[in-house]
Design a protein around this ligand. Structure first.
Ligand SMILES: [Zn+2]
Length: 133
């Protein structure tokens, strides 16, 4: 389970962060948690199907990604990259790579054509004679 490394990276930014047997609890950063009881921790992260889930039992806010985004933008960006590797920039890189390969093929092709031309010239022929174009 890879989500835990993201939680570990933001845990020091979560007030009263504590690991219990089944979950992690802390003061909810969305609602600020219970104002009367300053040691109450309604923010909760627990594991569901090998993924971490965030829920606040006070404001009902949910979403582990939203929690990361609110607490630490850099960690959130890393998390999104891992979750959705096919982002726009990756697609762009892929396209550029394909274009580079295509360009290499064209260079290779032109080399072959010019070598073939030289070969024909040696034989006193031209492409025109050969292909009747
Ligand atoms: Zn809350």
């Amino acid at each position: 389970m890879s989500d835990i490394k993201y939680l570990n990276q933001i845990s020091h930014q979560l007030s009263l962060f504590e690991k219990t047997l089944k979950r992690y609890k802390f003061r909810c950063p969305f609602c600020g948690d219970n104002k009367k009881h300053l040691t109450k921790t309604n923010g909760s992260v627990y594991e569901v199907n090998d993924k971490l889930v965030f829920k606040c039992y006070l404001c009902q806010k949910q979403g582990f990604g939203d929690l990361l985004e609110l607490v630490n933008k850099n960690v959130f960006n890393e998390y999104m990259k891992e979750k959705y590797p096919q982002t726009k920039s990756n697609k762009k890189e892929l396209l550029m790579e394909q274009e580079r390969i295509l360009a290499l093929h064209q260079i290779e092709h032109q080399k072959r054509v010019s070598e073939f031309r030289k070969h024909l010239q040696k034989l006193n022929l031209s492409l025109k004679d050969k292909f009747l174009v």
